[in-house]
Design a protein around this ligand. Structure first.
Ligand SMILES: NC(=O)c1ccc[n+]([C@@H]2O[C@H](COP(=O)([O-])OP(=O)(O)OC[C@H]3O[C@@H](n4cnc5c(N)ncnc54)[C@H](OP(=O)(O)O)[C@@H]3O)[C@@H](O)[C@H]2O)c1
Length: 282
């Protein structure tokens, strides 16, 4: 069986992505800080016939991340898809604050870089050599919409997420033709219930299928998920028309928008959708 490793496996996106891949024949390795919460997810997936196992790790403790991924490979035999999406939720991460761009300091930016970029780089380095040797594999990295369209109140958080996005897009370029694919997912909505009035939201179950879509298509560097309250969710890929009602394919590099690698988001991101701290259970 192929194996999906989710780094930052929680009850929101982590569980939904695990279900999406697990229902299609994947075993699932779940990585996060809290063993009790991981065990609960393992049990829930087990009840649905999905084989999962817990590997406690903290993305800010890079050796623990590498060790956990090694243990997952030993347990399942390989890691075929890696998905990186840690989020603080209701478990505060020490040193995390929000800062507008003019108030960004090395001190308030560094933890965000450690969390977003260094953790992702560490995870990729733990699995990429085996994927390259196999000539197959997928690396998926998730951020909020602010990695593409930053908002001032998240100056430090968005900068770190944008750094992750830039690195993923370039990893995608480097890996072209290798059989291994790297891709970035920007979720430009509030996830779950309890978002501010007027802010677009979507459930993890609405968002998770785009990860499988990425896996199956194998030709996308990036997807931006947009949703509008009361309207169907849309999958937005680089170069697609705004509010495209269906998934569409990324155009060749020469046809991409001149402003950069990424697509335009259709909705102004909320602080949380832009990558800010969660304010409700997720
Ligand atoms: N929630 C939103 O509204 C929103 C909006 C836009 C984008 N996003 C993106 O969506 C992804 C998260 O989805 P979600 O909010 O539904 O989260 P989730 O999958 O429900 O949970 C994420 C999990 O990450 C774990 N985590 C936190 N800090 C960690 C650390 N230092 N090391 C390892 N694991 C850690 C937490 O478990 P432990 O506490 O046990 O470690 C948490 O349960 C992130 O990529 C985020 O940027 C979220």
């Amino acid at each position: 069986m192929p194996t999906l490793a989710i780094i930052g496996a929680g009850p929101g996106m982590g569980l939904a992505i695990a279900r999406t891949f697990g229902a299609r024949g994947f075993d699932v390795a779940l990585l996060a800080r809290t063993p009790r919460k991981l065990d609960d997810l393992v049990a829930r997936l087990g009840q649905e016939g999905i084989t999962a196992a817990a590997f406690p790790a903290d993305v800010l403790d890079r050796p623990s991340l590498t060790t956990a991924l090694q243990a997952a490979r030993v347990r399942f035999g390989s890691i075929d898809v890696l998905e990186y999406s840690p989020a603080p939720g209701h478990s505060p991460v020490p040193g995390f604050t929000m800062a507008v761009p003019s108030e960004v300091t090395v001190d308030n930016l560094q933890p965000q870089i450690e969390y977003n970029l260094y953790g992702a780089v560490t995870a990729a380095r733990a699995v990429l050599p085996a994927m390259r040797e196999a000539g197959a594999g997928m690396l998926l990295f998730t951020t909020g919409g602010g990695s593409v369209h930053p908002i001032p109140m998240l100056g430090n958080i968005n900068a770190a997420a944008a750094a992750l996005r830039n690195w993923v897009l370039n990893l995608h370029n480097e890996l072209a033709g290798s059989g291994v694919l790297a891709a970035h997912v920007a979720i430009n909505t509030w996830i779950g219930e309890g978002g501010p009035e007027g802010i677009p939201s979507a459930t993890p179950e609405q968002i998770a299928p785009l990860y499988w879509d990425l896996y199956e298509r194998r030709d996308q560097a990036e997807v931006v998920f947009n949703a509008r309250r009361g309207a169907p969710s849309t999958f937005r890929k680089a170069g697609c028309p705004a509010r495209s009602p269906r998934p569409c394919r990324q155009p060749p590099p020469g046809e991409r928008p001149a402003a950069g690698n990424g697509p335009r988001a259709t909705a102004a991101p909320s602080p949380r959708a832009a990558g800010g701290p969660a304010q409700s259970a997720s």
